[in-house]
Design a protein around this ligand. Structure first.
Ligand code: PRX
Length: 648
């Protein structure tokens, strides 16, 4: 499709819905032919056997199990052999306005160099490599170098603190850590290598650390363990033959939060993930060779993996990536860059849009952002007010918005408008319809399809190519987390409704997982971090609504005997969370209580705590073991509120 038309927002019936339905039905009726045809756009060393093979246990299906390919080959070599060789792959800008441009050929050479260095360090197919760095070109370069040689990358978001990093290294037993000396955030220097050194005090598997020079600062280098990448990097590029990788070989692990205290190592395969990333990039973003695509997510999250690295590169697109804060040095930094690079597609989160909305549209108006033709949203529900602001001021009532629903586990977008296939009328706040291959439904508690407009649980009724292949180190958890609530269907953990037109409206998490500025944080993980402090006996974390971040964590804490509540201890506990998990998990408030509201079986009743901080009626409390715990929570809440009010 050459041009995207302005979408008719008010009409309920549009002919393109039928086109979309036709494609969708084809994908479900004959998935073998449908996905074979998509896969044939990409390069495979071998195409033996079926596209998918049913198996007895979750995930119930293997994609391209006997086919062989290579993600790095498909993102690079395939383009080098075409006219795209000298097309720009990445425009990069650092927070301090540093700039880099890498063509596909440049990227290819850099990836080969990196893969060569990794091989010389003894990395072999199947080894796990942890990558911990900000969004600089070396991040995608090192990821692609891993997939070139069949090593499994585990990128850890650079905002995580040393304990969280160590936990993720230990779980997958990484052999190598790739990092930087330091980085900048809002003008402040962050000593990244020091965080890695601290993490390595708690790990045993890491043999080597590769350090990339970013901030040019002095760092401690341990002999025979730490190496400057620049000193190992060959000046002329050596060709590294891509490994021939089986379709179900893990390509990467990405840790995300669930309902237990321990993060889950979501593991994606190679063939299915590749086809899904490529297909969704085209179907949803309708990407073409004139586009400059900017996915603002950090590459340390799944959105960055799929839409700031693999999807666009598989499609041969030009990407823009930015290292710094969205409002640094001024609130118009984004609009300035959109104007400077002529960005055509902006893919971002409702939290970021709300932040810009708060700064005001005046900051946009002093820039020419007419290059934009399509907008995207991801990570949280986008409420109509925010949708309309995004549409009016960023999209200038011209650009359609694709509200894309998906998860770390799904590998790529699942429910979204699909301008690359056919346009449908948009409804502000709805992610619209499922993509081909996605058999989505809303189930009631008893596992039946909900009626139109009835709230229920979002489920996916059959496997799709991008589906996670496992949880690293814990295959059992795959079943209990995703395939147990309802038999044989994938349970998303989200609430949703389907309206009479079949449009999906996502209503947030149905489990104990918070969405803080689009980041997924498990309350159990935060509670475990509180409990690791010597003063804490018990902790209950809940998500409080926030006008910008959607939710922020607040905690009710019971202290161990001998510890007295004080403002100092509160600050100490906040710092403890920042130092163990990272600043993204910083609790907004900590309430000291003598007991928590629990059921007779010992389960903490978080809904009561939430009602207390939202100043609502606590509802039925008869199931509580000790009803005075509600008064206790109210007292702690009022006390802190008064203290805050008293601060001049
Ligand atoms: O609750 C849903 C929400 O984000 C969760 C997945 O989080 P994560 O694995 O970190 O991946 C985020 C980016 C893909 C989902 O379970 N979510 C994601 N996209 C949307 C959304 N909620 C509403 N609307 C969306 N478009």
């Amino acid at each position: 499709m050459e041009e995207i038309k302005t979408l008719p927002l008010s009409k309920n019936i549009h002919p393109d819905v039928n086109i979309l339905k036709y494609i969708y039905n084809k994908s479900l009726e004959d998935p073998e032919s449908f996905w074979r045809k998509v896969a044939e756009d990409l390069f495979w060393y071998e195409k033996n056997g079926p596209v998918f093979e049913p198996i007895d246990s979750p995930p119930y299906c293997y994609w391209f199990p006997y086919w062989k390919t290579n993600l790095s080959y498909n993102t690079l070599d395939r383009h080098i052999e075409s006219w795209r060789k000298n097309k720009v792959a990445y425009y990069w800008e650092g927070e301090n306005y540093e700039k880099k441009v890498l063509t596909y050929y440049d990227l290819y050479k850099e990836v080969n160099r990196f893969a060569y260095v990794l091989k010389n360090l003894g990395v072999k197919k199947g080894d796990r490599i942890t990558i911990y760095m900000p969004v600089i070109p070396e991040l995608p370069i090192s990821m692609l170098a891993c997939t070139r040689i069949g090593a499994i990358h585990s990128v850890v978001f650079s905002g995580f603190a040393s304990y969280a990093l160590a936990e993720r290294i230990n779980d997958c037993q990484s052999k190598i850590v790739i990092t930087v000396d330091g980085t900048f955030r809002r003008g402040k220097l962050i000593n990244t290598k020091k965080i890695v050194d601290e993490a390595l005090n708690y790990t045993k598997s890491v043999e080597k650390v590769l350090v990339i020079k970013r901030a040019d600062i002095e760092v401690e280098m341990m002999e025979d363990r730490d190496y400057w990448y620049d000193e190992l990097k060959p000046s002329s590029y050596p060709y590294v033959e891509p490994e021939r990788i089986e379709g179900i070989h893990p390509s990467f692990i990405l840790y995300t939060s669930g309902t237990t205290g321990k993060p889950k190592g979501i593991t994606h395969g190679t063939g299915g993930y590749m086809v899904w990333a490529y297909f969704t990039q085209k179907a949803v973003f309708d990407i073409n060779d004139k586009d400059i695509f900017w996915c603002t997510a950090d590459i340390g999250w799944i959105t960055g993996h799929t839409y700031a690295v693999y999807g666009p590169l598989l499609a041969g697109a030009t990407l823009f990536i930015y290292e710094g804060a969205p409002d640094y040095p001024r609130p118009d930094r984004w609009w300035e860059m959109i104007e400077a690079y002529g960005i055509t597609i902006l893919y971002t989160s409702p939290t970021a849009i709300r932040m810009h909305m708060k700064y005001g549209e005046e900051w946009i108006k002093c820039h020419d952002i007419s290059s934009l033709r399509l907008l995207g949203s991801v990570g949280e529900p986008i409420n109509p007010e925010v949708w309309n602001w995004y549409y009016k001021y960023v999209g200038q009532e011209r650009c359609p918005i694709v509200d894309t629903w998906w998860q770390t586990e799904t590998g790529g977008i699942m429910i979204s408008p699909q301008p690359g296939l056919a346009l449908v009328p948009l409804k502000a706040g709805s992610a619209t319809l499922p993509l081909p291959g996605v058999d989505a439904d809303v189930f009631t508690e008893d596992g039946k399809s909900a009626k139109p407009n009835e709230k229920g649980y979002l489920v996916i009724k059959r496997p799709w190519p991008g589906c996670l292949i496992g949880i690293w180190n814990n295959h059992e958890r795959l079943k209990s987390q995703y395939y147990s609530k309802f038999p044989n269907v994938y349970y998303t953990g989200d609430f949703a409704i389907k309206d009479k037109d079949g449009y999906f409206w996502l209503l947030g998490r149905a489990d104990e997982v918070l969405k803080v500025a689009g980041h997924r944080i498990g309350t159990a993980e935060l509670e475990a971090a509180f409990l690791s402090h010597p003063a804490v006996a018990e902790a209950a974390v809940i998500g409080k609504s926030d006008p910008i971040k959607m939710q922020v964590p607040v905690a009710f804490v019971v202290l161990r005997p001998g510890h007295i509540p004080s403002p100092q201890l509160r600050i100490e506990l906040i710092n403890h969370i920042k130092e163990t998990i990272g600043p993204i998990a910083t609790p907004q408030s900590i309430y000291f209580v003598n007991k928590l509201p629990k059921t007779r079986s010992g389960k903490i009743m978080r809904r009561i705590l939430l009602a207390v901080i939202e100043e609502r009626d606590t509802g039925d409390v008869t199931t509580l073991e000790d009803e005075t715990s509600v008064e206790e929570a109210k007292r702690a809440y009022e006390e802190l509120k008064r203290m805050i009010e008293e601060i001049p």
